[in-house]
Write a protein that binds this ligand. Structure first.
Ligand SMILES: [Zn+2]
Length: 60
């Protein structure tokens, strides 16, 4: 479902996309990581449909 907010990878069977974690610390960490990658959008915030791929999920 959709594209990874961080690296832009499309969801595949090998690399699934996940919703942002509900845990505030993990969530904040992920948001910071995505912001660092999308320098043109420092105020980025995940929407209800924002997802992150498993690769990025593990990396961050
Ligand atoms: Zn990714």
């Amino acid at each position: 479902m959709g594209w990874c907010a961080a690296c832009g990878a499309r969801s595949t069977k090998k690399n699934k996309t996940l919703v942002f974690p509900k845990d505030p610390d993990r969530r904040f960490q992920m948001i910071a990581a995505v912001r660092a990658l999308t320098l043109n959008n420092p105020n980025w915030n995940p929407t209800k449909t924002s997802v992150i791929c498993e690769v990025c999920f593990i990396k961050f």
